[in-house]
Design a protein around this ligand. Structure first.
Ligand SMILES: Nc1nc2c(ncn2[C@@H]2O[C@H](COP(=O)(O)OP(=O)(O)OP(=O)(O)O)[C@@H](O)[C@H]2O)c(=O)[nH]1
Ligand SMILES: [Mg+2]
Length: 861
C-alpha cells in the first residue's frame, strides 16, 4: 500500500464518515483497508435493495475476522459502517476512488474477492450485485478476467483459465499482505483456498538420486579417517600396554576420533516471520516435514537430524520427553490464535527449548547435516530471543529475505547483525558462512522488477563493507515453487535456481569447510603418529643402552615432575585470586551501572517515536526501542568496564605467569635432554603445536600478542560492544523483552482515536519503563551471576590450556622413567623380544601414516 497517496481528501472523507476529528496519522494501512472493505461489502449488500439473513451472517463473519477480541476496533468499525451507510459512500465513485487510491493491485483484488464472497453468500450472485462489483472492479482497474474466476470460485460453477488463475494466486499470495497485518495475510490465504484448485501433478522421486552427492563423498572420507583412527589407537594401545608409550597418547587419539565422529554440520535457517524458512527446509529435505502457514507459525527451534528411526524429542529446560511423531507439527507451531495476536503470552509461557526430530531417510540429514528451523525474527521478542541463542552453535546460517518487500530497514539491520555474530564479533570482514537467500521470486512477474531486486541485494551484500564472501553466497529462489517442483518431479526455472543454491551450500559444507576440518584432524593424527614413532625410538635407545639414566638423573627427573605439578598449581592459584578480585570489582561496577540506568533510559525514552495508533502496537514499538537502548547501554558498560578494566588487565597478568611457567618447564626439559641424551623437548614442542593447544595458547605464547588483551577470547561472547544486543542472550537480559509481551494489556487496548495522543504516548512510555525495571530488578541476581560466570570462564580456559601442556611434559618424563625401569628389570631375551615388538609396531605406525597420506591425496583430488 502506498500511504503517500493518502491525501487531505481521504482525511476529510474519513472525518465525515466517523463524525470525529481524524488526522492523517490515524490512517494506517489497516484502517484504510478496513474502510474500503466496509464500503464495498455494504455496496454489495444494498445493491439489490434487500439485505438477506445470509448476507448479514456473511457480514458478521467477514468483518469479525478483522476485529481482535480486545480493544476498540469493533466500535471503530461500527462507527465507520454507520457513516458509510448514512452517506451512501459505496455509491459515490469519487469517494470510492479516494478510499482505494493507496491500495496495491493485490489489495484491490482481495477487496473485490471479499465483495464476491458477500455476493455469493446466499448461494448465487444476483445480477445487480454482479453489476455493482463489475463497476467497482472497473473503477479499481482490476482485470475483468479475474472476475470470471472469482465468480466460478464462489458459485462453484463454470470453468476457469488456468493461466488467469495462476496470475491471481500469485497476486493474492499471502506474503504480499505482511505490511498490512497478520489478519490480512490470513484473509488472503483463506480467499486463495476458496479459489478453484490448480491440478496437482503426479508426485515422483525423480530428483532424489542426484541430490547431495558431494556430501555423500565427504562422509566416505570421514569414515575412512575414523577407521584409521581406530587402527592407530590399536597400535598405540598395544605399545602403552607394554609400557613403551605414554597412556596419554591413546587419550589424545580418542579425542580426535570423537571429534571426527561427532563432526556434524549445523545449518540454521533464519529470517523474519513468514519468509518461507520452514518451506525452504522442506524443499531442502524434499518432504513436507515442517509446519508451514501464511501467518506466523514456527514457535520453537526445531532440529532435524539423522536417527535410525523416526523419533521426536521435546527438550525442556530441565528434562526431555519423547512424543509421538504425529504430534510433531502441532508442537513445533504456535496456535493460530497466538499468531493472530490474540494470545500474546502463549509463547512466554512455553518452556520448550527445542524439538528434535530424528529421521532415518532424509537425504540431507543422512549425510551428517543437522538443519535447524527457527521462529521468525523481529515479530515477537520471545521468538527473536530463541533464534539469537541458536546462532551461537551453527556452521552456517541461511538468511531468508523477501523479494516482494526487499530490504526493509529491519531486514538490513538483521543481516548486518547476523554477519557480525557469525564472524565472532568482527564487523569489518564479510562472513564466509552466511548465505543470503532471497525468497518469493515467483511473486515478481516483470523482468525489470526481477533485475532491480537482484541488483539491490547484490549492492547491499557485496558492496562497500561486504556482508557475504561472494556470488555463490547469494541466491534468488522461490522455496514454495521449488518444493512443488521437487515433489512433482518437474524441472522448471525455480527448481534450477534452488538446485544452484543447494549446490553452493554443499560446496561450502564439504569443500570449503568440511575438508578444512578433515585436514586439521589429519594433521593432528600425523602429529600423534609422529609422537608414537618418537616414543618408540626413545624406547629402543633405552634398550640399546644409548640412552642411560643414572640414579642422579632419575632423581632430577622426579624433581622436575614435582616442579611442573607445582607450576600448574601456582597458575591455578593465581587464576583463583584474579577471578575473585575480578568478581569483587564487577560487583561494584554492576552497582554503578544499575544505579543510573533508570535515569539514562528514561532520558533516552524522550527520543522514542512511533507511528502506531493502537495502544498495544505502540507499547510493543516502545518496548523494542527500550530494548535497543538497554542493550546498547549494557554492551557499552560490558565493553568498557568488564572487558576493558576488569578482564583484560587480568588476562595480561595471567598470561605473563603462564608464559613464564611454561618457558621454565621447557628449559628444564631441555637441560634434562642435554644430560641424558633424550629428546623430550622435541616431543613436547610437538604437543604444544597441536591444533587445540596452539589455538588456546596462541596469545599467551606469543611475545607481545597478549597486549591485545586476548581479543580472540571474546569471540564466543559475541564480540561485546560491537553488536547491539549481542550480549542479551548470554546474560539472560534477553528475558526482559519476553517479560514485556502482553504488557500493554495493563493499559487498556485499542485505537487512539479521539484521545489526547501526547498524553497517551507519554503514559505508554512510562509504563514500558516501569515494567522493564520491575523485571530487571527480579532478574538482577541471575544476570550478574552470568556476567561473573563469563569472567571466570575466560580466565580459566587459559589455565586449562596451560595445564594440558604441563600434563604433557609430565607424562613424557614419566614415560622415560618407565621405559628405563622396564629395560632395567628385563632379561636380555625379553629385551630382544621388546625390540622385535617395537620394530613391528613401528612398521604398523608407518603403514597407518601411509594410509593417511593416501586418504589425504584422494581428498585433495
Ligand atoms: N508465493 C510464495 N509463497 C511462499 C514461498 N515460500 C513460502 N511461501 C508461503 O509463505 C508462507 C509462510 O511460509 P513459512 O515457511 O511458514 O514461513 P516461516 O518463515 O517458516 O514463518 P515462521 O515460522 O512464522 O517464522 C506459507 O504460506 C508458504 O506457503 C515462495 O517462494 N513463494
Ligand atoms: Mg516456520
Amino acid at each position: 500500500m502506498n500511504t503517500a497517496l493518502v491525501g487531505s481528501e481521504a482525511v476529510d472523507l474519513l472525518s465525515r464518515i466517523t463524525g470525529g476529528k481524524v488526522s492523517q496519522r490515524h490512517l494506517s494501512p489497516r484502517v484504510i483497508f478496513l474502510v474500503a472493505l466496509v464500503t464495498v461489502l455494504l455496496g454489495v449488500m444494498f445493491a439489490d435493495g434487500t439485505v438477506s439473513d445470509e448476507e448479514k451472517q456473511r457480514w458478521q463473519k467477514t468483518i469479525n475476522q478483522f476485529i481482535p477480541p480486545e480493544g476498540n476496533v469493533r466500535q471503530l468499525t461500527q462507527l465507520i459502517s454507520k457513516g458509510v451507510r448514512q452517506n451512501q459512500i459505496y455509491k459515490k465513485t469519487k469517494d470510492l476512488l479516494t478510499l482505494t487510491a493507496p491500495l496495491s493491485d493485490a489489495e484491490r483484488l482481495l477487496l473485490i474477492a471479499f465483495g464476491y464472497e458477500m455476493a455469493a453468500a446466499d448461494g448465487e450472485i444476483a445480477t445487480l450485485e454482479k453489476k455493482y462489483l463489475e463497476a467497482v472492479a472497473k473503477l479499481l482497474g482490476i482485470n475483468h478476467q479475474y472476475l470470471a474466476v472469482l465468480e466460478a470460485g464462489f458459485t462453484h460453477q463454470g470453468t476457469v483459465d488456468p493461466a488467469v488463475l495462476d496470475e491471481m494466486q500469485s497476486l493474492l499470495a499471502p506474503a504480499r499482505f505482511h505490511e498490512l497485518d497478520t489478519i490480512f495475510v490470513k484473509a488472503a490465504s483463506d480467499i486463495i483456498a476458496l479459489l478453484p484448485a490448480k491440478p496437482k501433478h503426479q508426485k515422483t522421486q525423480k530428483h532424489r538420486d542426484s541430490y547431495y552427492h558431494k556430501l555423500q563423498e565427504f562422509q566416505k572420507y570421514r569414515q575412512l579417517l575414523n577407521n584409521l583412527c581406530n587402527q592407530l589407537n590399536q597400535v598405540i594401545q598395544d605399545c602403552s600396554n607394554h609400557d613403551l608409550l605414554p597412556h596419554k597418547l591413546t587419550e589424545d587419539i580418542v579425542t580426535v576420533s570423537h571429534k571426527i565422529q561427532s563432526q556434524r554440520f549445523r545449518l540454521a535457517v533464519v529470517g523474519e516471520f513468514s519468509q518461507g524458512k520452514s518451506t525452504l527446509l522442506n524443499a531442502l529435505l524434499g518432504e513436507e516435514i515442517q509446519p508451514v502457514r501464511a501467518i506466523p507459525c514456527s514457535g520453537t527451534v526445531t532440529v532435524l537430524k539423522y536417527g535410525a528411526q523416526k523419533r521426536v524429542v521435546c527438550r525442556y529446560k530441565d528434562r526431555e520427553e519423547e512424543i509421538p511423531p504425529d504430534q510433531y507439527q502441532e508442537k513445533a507451531a504456535i496456535s493460530e490464535d497466538a499468531a493472530l495476536g490474540n494470545l500474546i503470552d502463549e509463547l512466554a509461557q512455553s518452556d520448550i527449548e527445542e524439538i528434535i526430530l530424528e529421521h532415518p531417510d532424509l537425504d540431507l540429514c543422512q549425510n551428517g547435516v543437522e538443519i535447524v528451523d527457527s521462529p521468525g525474527l523481529n515479530e515477537n521478542p520471545k521468538r527473536t530471543d530463541i533464534t539469537k541463542k541458536l546462532l551461537k552453535d551453527t556452521d552456517a546460517a541461511i538468511f531468508l529475505a523477501n523479494a516482494s518487500r526487499p530490504l526493509t530497514q529491519g531486514e538490513r539491520d538483521l543481516i548486518q547483525d547476523l554477519k557480525i555474530k557469525l564472524n565472532g564479533g568482527n564487523k569489518n570482514e564479510p562472513a564466509d558462512n552466511l548465505f543470503v537467500v532471497v525468497n518469493f521470486m515467483d511473486l515478481l512477474r516483470r523482468e525489470k522488477d526481477i533485475q532491480q531486486v537482484k541488483q539491490m541485494f547484490k549492492n547491499f551484500t557485496q558492496g562497500i563493507n561486504p556482508i557475504i564472501t561472494g556470488e555463490n553466497r547469494i541466491h534468488f529462489i522461490s522455496a514454495q515453487a521449488a518444493l512443488d517442483a521437487i515433489l512433482e518431479g518437474t524441472e522448471d526455472e525455480y527448481f534450477k535456481a534452488f538446485y544452484s543454491f543447494t549446490h553452493s551450500l554443499e560446496r561450502f559444507l564439504t569443500t570449503e569447510r568440511g575438508l578444512i576440518q578433515l585436514k586439521q584432524y589429519s594433521g593432528r593424527l600425523q602429529q600423534l603418529i609422529q609422537s608414537g614413532l618418537d616414543g618408540l625410538h626413545q624406547a629402543e635407545d633405552v634398550l640399546d643402552g644409548k640412552l642411560k639414566i643414572s640414579q642422579e638423573h632419575k632423581q632430577n627427573i622426579l624433581e622436575k615432575i614435582g616442579e611442573a605439578s607445582g607450576r600448574d598449581v601456582k597458575i591455578r592459584c593465581l587464576a583463583d585470586k584474579l577471578v575473585q578480585q575480578a568478581i569483587e570489582q564487577a560487583e561494584q561496577c554492576w552497582d554503578e551501572w544499575a544505579e543510573g540506568l533508570q535515569y539514562r533510559i528514561e532520558k533516552k525514552s524522550q527520543n522514542w517515536s512511533s507511528d502506531q495508533n493502537e495502544r498495544e502496537k505502540l507499547f510493543q514499538d516502545y518496548a523494542n526501542q527500550l530494548i535497543k537502548d538497554l542493550s546498547a547501554d549494557f554492551d557499552d558498560w560490558f565493553e568498557k568496564k568488564i572487558k576493558g578494566s576488569i578482564i583484560q588487565p587480568r588476562i595480561k597478568v595471567l598470561d605473563r605467569e603462564i608464559h613464564q611457567e611454561i618457558e621454565a618447564i621447557q628449559s628444564s626439559i631441555q637441560s634434562l635432554d642435554l644430560k641424558t641424551g633424550s629428546n623430550l623437548s622435541g616431543q613436547l614442542d610437538l604437543s604444544i603445536s597441536g591444533a587445540e593447544l596452539n589455538m588456546n595458547l596462541a596469545s599467551s605464547m606469543g611475545a607481545d600478542s597478549s597486549d591485545e588483551g586476548g581479543a580472540g577470547w571474546f569471540a564466543g561472547l559475541g564480540g561485546g560492544g560491537l553488536v547491539t544486543g549481542a550480549l542479551l542472550a548470554f546474560t539472560g537480559l534477553g528475558l526482559i523483552p519476553v517479560a514485556l509481551i502482553g504488557g500493554a494489556a495493563a493499559l487498556g487496548l485499542g485505537w487512539l482515536f479521539g484521545e489526547d495522543e501526547d498524553e497517551v504516548r507519554a503514559e505508554v512510555k512510562q509504563s514500558v519503563c516501569e515494567q522493564c525495571f520491575k523485571k530487571l530488578s527480579e532478574l538482577e541476581g541471575e544476570i550478574f551471576e552470568n556476567v561473573c560466570e563469563n569472567i571466570a570462564s575466560v580466565l580459566y580456559s587459559r589455565v586449562d590450556a596451560a595445564s594440558k601442556v604441563i600434563e604433557q611434559a609430565i607424562s613424557l618424563a614419566e614415560n622415560l622413567l618407565e621405559q628405563q625401569e622396564k629395560a632395567h628389570e628385563e632379561t636380555l631375551e625379553q629385551q630382544e623380544a621388546d625390540k622385535a615388538f617395537i620394530a613391528q609396531k613401528r612398521q604398523e605406525l608407518e603403514q597407518v601414516q601411509k594410509n593417511l597420506e593416501a586418504i589425504l591425496h584422494q581428498v585433495a583430488v
